[in-house]
Design a protein. Structure first.
Length: 156
């Protein structure tokens, strides 16, 4: 049996824009279905919102998202991040972060540059004591991401 855990993000009218942005950052195939596609009358306010969406990339990246019906939040005003870095530690009230780990500073650095567009940088991408590179940001949709490069461990 194979099991995969995939982040499923809940938005308030931003799922399409977020998934399109994540596809532009990570590549892959974008799949979207609206509430109208699932039978909601087209004249209702939520009909064009995303009931099922995902981005799946050959590099292993995968994320799912949908719009919570009945709620709208403008894309330009995501919630202020509640996460900060102090003295090498992460202080947060958030229940989760999305983590992306790659093998080289170059590949992860390129993802960082695209994901950081219009983001709030919590810790700049660069060398860390535990990894060749690490960075943390809250993207334009208010989702907090950790990007790092896998360290080579020499164990006993």
């Amino acid at each position: 049996m194979t099991v995969n855990a995939v982040a499923h993000l809940n938005f308030h009218g931003q799922a399409r824009a977020a998934l399109e942005f994540y596809q532009s950052v990570f590549g892959g195939q974008l799949t979207l279905a609206t509430y109208a596609d699932f039978g909601m009358p087209a004249d209702l306010p939520d009909a064009t919102k995303v009931v099922f969406g995902q981005v799946v990339a050959d590099n292993g990246f995968r994320v799912m998202a949908y719009d919570v019906p009945g709620h709208d939040t403008p894309v330009a005003t995501p919630a202020a991040p509640t996460t900060r870095r102090e003295n090498g530690t992460t202080i947060t009230e958030e229940r989760f972060f999305l983590s992306v780990r790659g093998e080289t500073v170059e590949e992860v650095g390129a993802l960082w540059e695209r994901l950081a567009e219009a983001a709030t940088v919590i810790e700049a991408f660069g060398p860390a004591p535990w990894a060749p590179a690490f960075g943390m940001l809250s993207d334009r949709f208010g989702v907090t991401w950790i990007l790092d490069v896998a360290a080579e461990y020499v164990g006993a």
